[in-house]
Each structure stands twice: as C-alpha cells, then as structure tokens.
Design a protein around this ligand. Structure first.
Ligand SMILES: [Fe+2]
Length: 344
C-alpha cells in the first residue's frame, strides 16, 4: 500500500515537473539547466534539498562563504586552486604526481590492470577494480594533504573517504548521444556517456594513469553548474547545447589530477577505439559511505597497517575501515552504533 502511494506521488511529481516531451526534454533526459525549472524541481523534491541543507552542502551558500574566506587568505598556489574549484566545480592539476609514483601504481597492480584490459566487450563499458590493495605509495596518492585540504575548503566541511580506491579502465566501442540512447536503450553504453550529476554531496578525484588528449575518450564538464540545485535526471545534449556554455575537456598527461564536485554537470565523452586508465577516489562529508567487507579484504590483502596512519588520515578512512572499539558495537534495528556506555 505504502509503495503504491509512493509510486503515485513519484509519477505525479514527475508529471508536474515535466508535463510533456519536447526536443530538449525526452524519456529519462529531463534534467535541466534552466533556473525556473530547477526551482520547481527543488520545490517538488524538497527532501533532496533538505538532505543537502542538513549536510551543509547547498553549493551556492558555500560558494559565497568561501569567497569571503578566500579574501582573507594570503596569495598562494593553494588559494588560486581553491578559488578556481569554488567557481567552476572542477580543477585539473597538470603533472601533479611524478611519473615515478604513477609507474609504481602501474607496476604494483599490473596483474589487475592486464585483467581489466583483457576482457573485450562489444559495448562501451567501465571495467573497474574496487579495493585496490593498499601500500604506502597508493596511500600517499589517495590521501594527499594538498588535495584533501582543497576538498575540505571547497566543501566547507571535514571530508571522509566514501569509496575504496578503484582502478577504472574505460573502453569505448561506439560513440553515443542522448538521442541515440533514448531511441535505442538496449544498445546504450554501460558508461555515463550522458550529461548528469553524481551524488550532490560527493567529491571525486581521478588520477590519470594514461595520457588523455583532446581527441581521446575523456571526461567533459559544464563549468559553474556545481552552483545549481541540480535534479537527479539525465540531461539531454540539446539542453547543454542550448545553454551555449563552453564545455571543458578534462585532459592531461599521465600523473595529472582532476577533482570534480559531484554536483557539477559532466559526462564521459567516448571516442571509438580510444580507451583510458585512471585511479579513482570519492569523498563526502560523511554521507553515502560505501562500506563493503569484500573491498576491505581486497584493500588489505597486502597487509597494509592502517593503524600506522597519522590520526587525521585514519579519521578520513574510518567509514570504509571502521576502527576497533573497546566495548564493541551495538545493533539497533537497521543501525550499527559503537557502544559508548560509560559504566560506574
Ligand atoms: Fe558521474
């Protein structure tokens, strides 16, 4: 009964938000960049707005708060990068990690990478390995102080790792468009090749493990859309084209780093026959932590000792690798809470 009511409300909200199909809004591609349409959506889907509000992640508020903080910060490379990230919702730092560090990642994980590259599929797809075995080199890249500080500055919050380090090999067999996906959903690529946003409260980092040029398979971003109160719907190519904003190609040499806000509009732009390899991390203010025992096992398969991490870094990964608690945990319905009972 409850599910029936929920589905009726959901259909009703969708109908009010988008009453009819047009050249711009069709099928699942009803996400928008139009201010009034987004305002209506947030009114109808108020619970998503409150989720962001509760987590201090209304991006436009944070944008102005950070503008004030930046004014009082002394000139530095950090300030310039934070300012760019705040305004655009993404940042690419060219050649951030050394080739030595990147080659270590490639060598340490050569079996996994060869496996990812060996499965040839007929459809464009991501081939992912989650829970890459941790060692000091990988941890140095994953929990890099400068990148963590940039993300905390942008989010105006402490951040936590929400996903285990993931190797991602993207294979592109066919170029795609929103119209093609709409007209032939069975042949749709298994990659996020359409314009979309991720969870609004997350930040992603991709470290390029291969050179990515302007005519390769790459990510594209619509800058400044991080400040919108975006919907969770896919966005058509026509909607983005109509907006006439300059689209940014996320390109760089091996060792470059890309940070992007989960709330910025982006897509994977596939180029037939061009593949890419990267290592991917996600962070959040403590929301949507993807705790998984299989990935814990895989991450620690080379016996990396997390307890030797500095306190602040052990804190960042505590959602993925819960700490030992002296008095154990209590189960309360669906929740597992640590026991903080203080006896006499
Ligand atoms: Fe995405």
């Amino acid at each position: 009964m409850l599910n029936y009511i929920k589905s009726k409300i959901s259909k009703f909200r969708k109908k009010i938000y988008n009453p009819r199909e047009t050249d711009e809004y069709y099928g699942e591609f009803i996400g928008s960049l139009n201010f009034w349409k987004l305002l209506l959506w947030n009114f109808l889907y108020f619970e998503k707005f409150f989720f962001m509000f509760r987590n201090n992640q209304i991006k436009l508020f944070n944008y102005f708060k950070l503008r004030i903080k930046l004014r009082n910060m002394k000139e530095s490379e950090f300030k310039q990068r934070l300012n760019f990230l705040n305004s655009n919702g993404y940042l690419i730092i060219q050649d951030y990690f050394s080739l030595e560090q990147i080659n270590s990642i490639l060598n340490d994980n050569s079996d996994i990478i060869n496996e990812l590259k060996s499965v040839d599929k007929e459809i464009s797809t991501y081939r992912r390995f989650r829970g890459v075995p941790l060692n000091q080199n990988l941890v140095n890249i994953w929990l890099d102080d400068h990148l963590i500080n940039l993300m905390e500055g942008y989010m105006n919050s402490k951040i936590y790792s929400r996903m285990y380090p993931t190797l991602n090999f993207t294979q592109c067999t066919e170029e795609s468009s929103s119209k093609k996906i709409y007209e032939n959903p069975k042949k749709a690529p298994k990659t996020a090749s359409y314009w979309h946003v991720d969870y609004s409260t997350t930040m992603s980092i991709t470290v390029f493990l291969s050179d990515i040029g302007p005519s390769d398979t790459r990510m594209q971003i619509v800058p400044k859309t991080n400040l919108n109160l975006n919907t969770f719907y896919k966005i058509s190519d026509e909607t983005v084209e109509k907006k006439k904003i300059k689209i940014v190609d996320c390109i760089g040499k091996k060792g470059s780093v890309m940070i992007h806000c989960g709330n910025v509009v982006h897509r994977m732009k596939g180029v037939k026959g061009s593949n890419r390899l990267g290592i991917h991390y996600m962070f959040s203010p403590g929301t949507n932590i993807a705790l998984d025992v299989d990935f814990i096992s895989s991450s620690l398969s080379k016996n990396y000792d997390l307890e030797n991490l500095p306190h602040n870094k052990r804190e960042i990964v505590k959602g993925l690798f819960p700490k030992k608690v002296r008095q154990g945990y209590n189960i309360k319905g669906q929740n597992i809470l640590f026991n903080n009972f203080k006896g006499l």
